[in-house]
Design a protein around this ligand. Structure first.
Ligand code: CMC
Length: 432
């Protein structure tokens, strides 16, 4: 019989000791099961930002931040990026295994047959000003899907869950492209399913009824790669938001709307947009030293956007893959002497040689390069995080399905360390 692994916790105030069991995963650090901590010792754990807390069990994605490794269902991201496609990765995420041809055909058919949105949904866009941020529109429109698709909101029904997951993956590009069209005042373009997932998105964004539009194969390939790289990233802020919202049995459309809101922030999915703003602010290679100094100055809120990661302390494997694609896209569709790209590469070079960044293991992350690719593809800056949301929907719905399907699932309800005023009595206004 294998020996039960435990960690002993001793309360030096009372002298009482308890044994907390260790749980082992397939890879990565073990987890100390602290559920007995409050029951036995009367303490809660304190871990702001969840740096040492596993909030759930999952078998979807594994990240080794020290080694710069990312696995989806066990498969290295490098292999999936080279050999797979976004929709095949979506299948893998949802169902745990790579599909056989028949399974893939059925899945692609299901996604393809759900790309249109209810015509009434379009009136929602008219309520937004043309200069509304597309992420604001996304939060609203995706949240409203639950008002249209009642047939897939019974979360205890696995068939409903699957339909909702497929609908979300399928409709996200249509909803996103409509955000863009609304902002430029052009008519919405209906999905054209024969173009494939990414080709259809590009067509819905850039074609107009009065002209022919051909989807560029490099643009399609680049988008497919970015979407694979962004498909999931275990328990990041937006995914954790979705799990938290979903734990109360909220419907999946509302949950994904909450995830989109969490993704919007510049410390998370908003970073790709922030990178472009930052490059614009730096303006010229000659200003790099000044901005590097600002990034290092603790009294200055400026940070190098697209650098650093909570988990990757070595390098971000997605950044390596996307950097190569960035060069390919620039060589074929852009201008590799583009001052913006030169500035980005020079900034990367300077930061990588700087002791401040080296000591803290601050490497360029995936968003550093995805923003530049999007810019070359003609996607406006305020749509960058929307593109991220389309890809991450696959991870969100997979993690949501995993959570709801877990028989041990309970409503998430963190505790807190209260440090406010001690109990006191109400004082009449005249006596304050
Ligand atoms: N520029 C300058 N200094 C930085 C940066 C940066 N981008 N990132 C971290 N640091 C410093 C930070 O000041 C701290 O220094 P010290 O130890 O002297 O106090 C040290 O590095 C550790 O940083 P931290 O803030 O404790 O790290 P974190 O894990 O809490 O934050 C992060 C991670 C990604 C929010 C942060 O690195 C950051 O704000 N980066 C810029 C925004 C960005 O690119 N976000 C996209 C992340 S990847 C996409 C995604 O998964 O959503």
């Amino acid at each position: 019989m294998t020996k039960r692994e435990t960690v002993t916790v001793t309360d030096n105030v009372t002298g009482k000791s308890i044994e907390l069991p260790i749980q082992r995963g397939t890879h990565g650090p073990g987890a100390v099961d602290i559920t007995g901590l409050y029951r036995e010792l009367g303490y809660v754990s304190f871990d702001p930002g969840f740096v040492a807390t596993a909030s759930c069990r999952s078998s979807i994605t594994y990240i080794d931040g020290e080694q710069g490794q990312l696995l989806y269902r066990g498969y290295p991201i490098e292999q999936l990026a080279a050999k797979s496609s976004f929709l095949e990765v979506a299948y893998l995420m949802l169902y745990g295994e790579l599909p056989h041809q028949g399974e893939m055909d059925t899945f692609v058919n299901s996604i393809t047959r759900h790309t249109m949105i209810n015509e009434s949904l379009k009136s929602f866009y008219r309520g937004f000003n043309h200069d509304a941020h597309p992420m604001a529109i996304m939060v609203g429109v995706v949240g409203s899907l639950s008002a249209f698709y009642h047939g897939s909101t019974d979360i205890r029904n696995p068939v409903h869950r699957e339909i909702a997951a497929h609908r979300l993956i399928a409709k996200m590009p249509t909803i996103a492209a409509a955000c863009y069209k609304h902002s430029v005042g052009e008519p919405f373009v209906y999905p054209k399913n024969s173009l494939g997932y990414c080709g259809n998105l590009l067509n819905m964004m850039f074609s107009v009824p009065c002209e022919e539009y051909d989807v560029d194969p490099i643009a399609k390939k680049a988008l497919d790669l970015i979407f694979i790289l962004h498909a999931d990233h275990e328990q990041n802020a937006s995914t954790s938001t979705i799990r938290l919202a979903g734990s109360s049995a909220a419907n999946p459309f509302a949950c994904v709307a909450s995830g989109i809101a969490a993704l919007w922030g510049p410390a998370h999915g908003g970073a790709n947009e922030a990178v472009l703003h930052m490059l614009g602010e730096i303006g010229d290679v000659s200003n790099i030293p000044k901005y590097i100094a600002k990034a290092k100055d603790k009294n200055d809120p400026f940070r190098l956007m697209g650098f650093g990661h909570r988990i990757y302390r070595n390098f971000d494997p997605r950044a390596t893959l996307i950097r190569t694609m960035c060069h390919e896209v620039l060589a074929k569709l852009g201008n590799d002497k583009d001052p913006l790209f030169e500035l980005a590469l020079r900034l990367e070079e300077v930061a990588l040689q700087d002791d401040y960044f080296k000591e803290r293991n601050l490497y360029p992350n995936v968003d550093f390069y995805s923003g530049i690719i999007y810019k070359v593809l003609g996607i406006p800056t305020n749509m960058f995080t929307v593109m991220f949301a389309i890809a991450r929907t696959v991870g969100w719905v997979s993690q949501w399905m995993e959570m709801i399907g877990d028989p041990q699932q309970r409503i998430a309800r963190p505790r807190q360390l209260y440090q406010g005023a001690a109990r006191r009595d109400y004082r009449e206004m005249s006596g304050r």
